[in-house]
Structure formats: structure tokens, C-alpha cells
Design a binder for this molecule. Structure first.
Ligand code: DOR
Ligand code: ZN
Length: 397
């Protein structure tokens, strides 16, 4: 059986162009005009993107499955247009040994409806486990956050940066947890400068998670082998929203002032990718001070709404939610609509207006800081490995 996606505006890396996409045996076999297939998905008037890749999610399994698990989190991913996500290691049972990584992989295989890859966590004493697990990426926490996975010893950072293969990304959580904005920024910038200084000495690849100010991006940009991600919530929410959201506004990095948000938008051009930092917590946990927002089901629509407002270009957004992410994290066969690539395709209605309704979300946490917000642009259909998982705004799995 072949699947034809017909008549949409396909993303071809540097432009959108009307093309059909033909998928056979799970792979794209042709991108062209007037193609024929057994089953047809009509995409006229739609944007046709490679399946989105989110490099930063917290699916909470194992350990905190009352907040999210691989089934609910991956369903949220598909609704949001993501066919691939990379899960963070700061679980209640952290992913810091090979046995735990193997356990996570097995759980995800059994339950997830999208593809799940994994970041491995570095600690002060798990150097041999990192070697044994040989993961595709290593996450290092330089500041405290959910789960308490943080480097405390002075030489741990340098040791991990030396030991981990140079061409695989070490992902840095540089953000400090101080409440005071000035102190938070001072410590965050100092964590970052220190880590990048070491990385530059070694000539190794690093990736900065959730940059939240223009200055942070400027610091990171000074080192050529550092790639940078930004989360949509830092582009669309500010300290102004704390009044409305109360404890629900808590997140690391914290929401910044409007002035800082303007600086973030101004520096956005040089950013490598967009990451949702999907970090679900229940309403009860938020009331008790948990930090983090769900993001999988709103991120693409927020970015497309930014395009509508003329703040950013949709080619820019498409690159940074697909092929750039595949490049940074060395994910083969993903991120492009090209013959030979995996048949992951996200079809978007760029004009569809919708209102975010927290009660309709697939994520287990069932709340969002964007509740009630009017957005333009919505995922219409999602194909993964040639199989339709979401069609006409409805999940089929
Ligand atoms: O707000 C956050 N929540 N920031 C993080 O770095 C971790 C995340 C979580 O896991 O809850
Ligand atoms: Zn995170």
C-alpha cells in the first residue's frame, strides 16, 4: 500500500512549493507533481511539513506517571504535529544508568505512539555509566530544577565534557533557580560562560537548552560549536502573566520581563531550533509550587501565530522544528521531505483559527498557561512511517 499526500505546499528546506509526496513501505519514495498512489490524503491549501521533532520533552515515565506517561505524552506529541521527541532524564527515577535507560526504552517501545529518543543524565559519579550506555546525547544540569539532577562537584562538568564523544551534543541546562531576576540572570550567564569556555578549549559540540534572553543567546553565539534552542512560552509569556497565572506561571528558566522578551525576539534569528520543553505537572503539584508547562499541543500553533503577526517567517519556523533538530541531534532519515527519508509528515491548516481549551488536551495534566488563547494555524493530519495517526483534527490511535 502506498500513501499519496496530494496538492499541498510542501516544505523543501528553503521554500514551500506545491508538490505531492508519495510514501511506500514507510519511506518517502517521491516528491513531485501529478504522482499516483493507492490511498490519497488531500492537502490542497495546507502546509506539508516533515514530521516535527521536539528535542526537549519530559514524559515523566518511569517515576511520575500520575503527571504524564509515554502513552499520553506521545499522543500529545502527535496532536501537536511531532512524530519524534527527545525525552529528558530528570525523572523521579533519573535516567543516569544504562539499566534505567534500557528500562525507559522498553517502556516507550510498548506505549508510545510517536518515536521517542532519550537524553542521558550526567551526575557527579556516573562517568562509567555514561560510557556503558553510550547515549546519543548527554544532559548536564548546571542549576537546580525538577528532580534534583544537578552537578554539585567543581570538576564534574569538565570531566563529562572531556569524556563524552565530541560530535554528540552535551545539552546544557545553564539556568539558575534563584527567584530574584538579577541574581538569576547573573548566575545563569556565569554558568553558561564557564561551560562554553571549557567546551571551546576541548572543541566539543554543546547545545544550550531553553535560552530565555537575548543576552544568553549572544553569549552562546560567541562559541561556534554551541547550538541554541528557545521555547515558545518564553516568546509568548512574560512576568506580566504571573498576575493572571499565579503559581501556574512557575517555570525554569522563569518568565522574563517584557523588555527581556523583546530582546529574545530580536535575537531569535540566530537560534537553531524551537523546543517545547513540555514539562507537565498536575494542578495539585502546580498549586504546591512545581515548575514547568505542557507545550506539545500549543507550540507549533504559537509559532504560526507569530508568523501571522509578521514576527517571524514560516520557512524559519519549519527549519527549526524539523531538519535543524535532526542535524543537531544526529537523527538519520528524519526532518526532510525527500526520497529515502522516513515517511513522517505533518499537514497543517495555516488559516485555521482555534481557541486553546485545556480540557481538550491529550496531556495528562489537562491545564495550560495558554488556556483561552486564540491561535491561527493548526495541525490537520499526521503521518508517521506512512501510517495516518491523526486525521482531520482527530487522533486515530
Ligand atoms: O520548569 C521546568 N520544568 N524546567 C526544567 O528545567 C525542568 C522541568 C520539569 O521537569 O518539570
Ligand atoms: Zn526541560
Amino acid at each position: 500500500m502506498s500513501l499519496l499526500i496530494r496538492g499541498g505546499k510542501a516544505f523543501l528546506g528553503d521554500r514551500f512549493e506545491q508538490k505531492d509526496i508519495l510514501i511506500e513501505d514507510g519511506r518517502i519514495v517521491s516528491v513531485g507533481n501529478s504522482l499516483k498512489g493507492d490511498e490519497t490524503v488531500k492537502a490542497a491549501g495546507m502546509l506539508v511539513l516533515p514530521g516535527l521533532i521536539d528535542p526537549h520533552v519530559h514524559l515523566r515515565e518511569p517515576g511520575d506517571t500520575y503527571k504524564e506517561d509515554f502513552a499520553t505524552g506521545s499522543r500529545a506529541a502527535i496532536v501537536g504535529g511531532f512524530t519524534t521527541v527527545i525525552d529528558m532524564p530528570n525523572n523521579a527515577i533519573p535516567t543516569t544508568t544504562k539499566a534505567r535507560l534500557d528500562e525507559k526504552i522498553a517502556l516507550a517501545k510498548k506505549k508510545a505512539v510517536c518515536d521517542v529518543l532519550f537524553h542521558f543524565g550526567g551526575t557527579d559519579d556516573n562517568f562509567s555509566e555514561v560510557k556503558k550506555a553510550d547515549p546519543a546525547s548527554l544532559k548536564l544540569y548546571l542549576g537546580q530544577t525538577t528532580g534534583g539532577l544537578v552537578l554539585r562537584q567543581p570538576f564534574s562538568l569538565e570531566k563529562h565534557l572531556i569524556n563524552f564523544p565530541k560530535d554528540r551534543p552535551v545539552v546544557l541546562h545553564a539556568c539558575d533557580h534563584a527567584e530574584n531576576e538579577d541574581e538569576n540572570l547573573k548566575n545563569t550567564y556565569s554558568n553558561l560562560e564557564n561551560a562554553l569556555g571549557l567546551a571551546a578549549k576541548l572543541g566539543r559540540k554543546v547545545h544550550l537548552a531553553h535560552a530565555s534572553t537575548g543576552k544568553e543567546i549572544q553569549i552562546a553565539r560567541r562559541y561556534a560549536r554551541c547550538t541554541i534552542e528557545v521555547a515558545p512560552h518564553h516568546l509568548f509569556l512574560t512576568t506580566f502573566d504571573i498576575e493572571r497565572l499565579g503559581p501556574y506561571a512557575k517555570v525554569y528558566p522563569p518568565l522574563r520581563s517584557e523588555q527581556k522578551q523583546i530582546g529574545l525576539w530580536a535575537a531569535l534569528d540566530t537560534v537553531d531550533c524551537i523546543a517545547t520543553d513540555h514539562a507537565p505537572h498536575t494542578v495539585e503539584d502546580k498549586e504546591r509550587g512545581a515548575a514547568g508547562f505542557p507545550g506539545l499541543e500549543t507550540s507549533l500553533s504559537l509559532m504560526l501565530t507569530g508568523c501571522r503577526r509578521g514576527l517571524i517567517d514560516k520557512i524559519w519556523v519549519a527549519q527549526r522544528m524539523t531538519e535543524r533538530v535532526a542535524d543537531i541531534f544526529n537523527i538519520p532519515g528524519k526532518g526532510k521531505l525527500q526520497a529515502g527519508f522516513i515517511g513522517d509528515v505533518t499537514i497543517v491548516d495555516p488559516r485555521k483559527k482555534w481557541k486553546v481549551d485545556a480540557t481538550e488536551l491529550e496531556t495528562k495534566c489537562k491545564w495550560t498557561p495558554f488556556d483561552g488563547m486564540e491561535l491561527t494555524g493548526k495541525v490537520h493530519t499526521v503521518v508517521k512511517g506512512g501510517e495516518i495517526l491523526f486525521e482531520k483534527y482527530q487522533l486515530l490511535v
